[in-house]
Write a protein that binds this ligand. Sequence first.
Ligand code: ADP
Ligand code: ZN
Length: 518
Amino acid sequence: MPENAVKDQVFLNLKNYFGYDSFRVNQQDIVEAVLNKKDCLVIMPTGGGKSICFQLPALSFKGVTIVISPLIALMKDQVDGLNANGISASYFNSSQSSEEQHAIIENVIRAEIKLLYVAPESLAALQNILTEKYISCVAIDEAHCISSWGHDFRPSYQQLGFLKTTLPNTPFIALTATADKTTREDIVKQLRIDHAQIFISSFDRKNIGLEVRTANNRISQIVKFIKARPNQSGIIYCLSRKTTEQLSTKLKANSIPAEAYHAGLNFDKRSKVQESFIHDKTQIVCATVAFGMGIDKSNVRWVVHYNMPKNIEGYYQEIGRAGRDGLKSHALLFHSYADVIQLQNFASGASNEAVQIAKLDRMKQFSEATTCRRKILLSYFGELLGTNCGNCDVCKNPPQFFDGTIIAQKILSTVYHLKQQEAMGVIIDVLRGAQNATIISKGYQEVSTFGIGKDISWQHWQHFVIQLINQGFCEIAFHKHNALQLTDFSSKVLFKGAKVALTKPVAVTEVKPVVKEK
Ligand code: ADP
Ligand code: ZN
């Protein structure tokens, strides 16, 4: 078919099969790239519209599009949805009998289905049909699961690396909502799609107001928060199953009808809570992170984090369940020192402990930020926001700023002189002229910025470095022992006279959890 005819057909399919009149940002470019047999990496926030990026091309290909998906539970829904739209699709997983599996394989061979959803561990059973004769495209959903840098690593995803070797001329499309730069690079490497075209959609959800509060008297704060928002639908995320139940009980005692949801409840109970939430019968759910995956509810007005999430990916994904309809929504996070300690304990001993701790640190920096929180959030996903958002607590109630350009220059030039090899601690030691073993053994006392920051305390330097990270002037490389790295913004400060506004450090008063909330 000539190129224009293909394009027209794609638009017709968009309308006829999916009922949409137009593409959202990036969707059209992605669909065209896939149809041109290019490998693609698609980074798009939850609800952004990843599915049609592979479902639409699948309709135009001759053979089958294999969709790798981690959650067997969600596969059925997706396939049912496609079938309801008149698209022939199936899934293949270990829950099926061998007769069923055999029938599906026959369907693939006869090119009778367009999309086949497969769990990664079931791929081996499909070996005979994994050839370019039958397969036209491979989509890898939740692609961050392949990376141990990602927040949801799944060993079964690792075997996907061989797929490209088996199907070298087949277009691969990897999709995820949650990938920082390191994870992104890792996905491309692990999937062996080095030349993949990368599409990053904006992660900015302008309609969600961001707020962080300290966790003193959380429960009474939450009660007040909810009572100020009558008849609004909301989710309260808690770290433990026990907390979800205790909190819902306490809310009920305050005449707020709230249900608990966690993976420890039986299937019936969970479905009931989920259904009743979706249909606006239950207004508020106190839940663990198990709640929300695959829930397509557009009018969630607020999300509260009773406990701090363990990383920014998780936080972003959870607050992203608010305001899918684009209307004004709110995300409130409670920040407590006790939570940080607990999360640190969870991470310690894990196989990727260093990564988890580094990610937790970023979450902590976000919570303690004195600059626009949306800037921080977006810079985490590699997106630089030019101006402050005006819709976060810091923007609305800004701390006092001063001209921190010289301080920033001192920090960034130290990062530069240490060849972007050292983490924050060493940078600060050099600035303060510390004479410790690391400094001496590496000869850092010869660096030109050594000792030029003696007049500022260690904690204050830390406060400034964190602000630079938060404002995108430097970044942490998790895969390089958390070494500080320069960014495109750094050179503007070092060489082009860009000004940096920093906030004065406030006296840090650590709030001890005197009364432990039960
Ligand atoms: P993701 O997988 O990125 O979370 P989905 O593919 O499930 O997102 O899409 C999210 C929602 O957006 C769905 O309800 C879908 O129907 C809708 N959607 C996707 N693309 C479009 C479009 N081009 N026009 C209108 N609605 C769309
Ligand atoms: Zn802001």
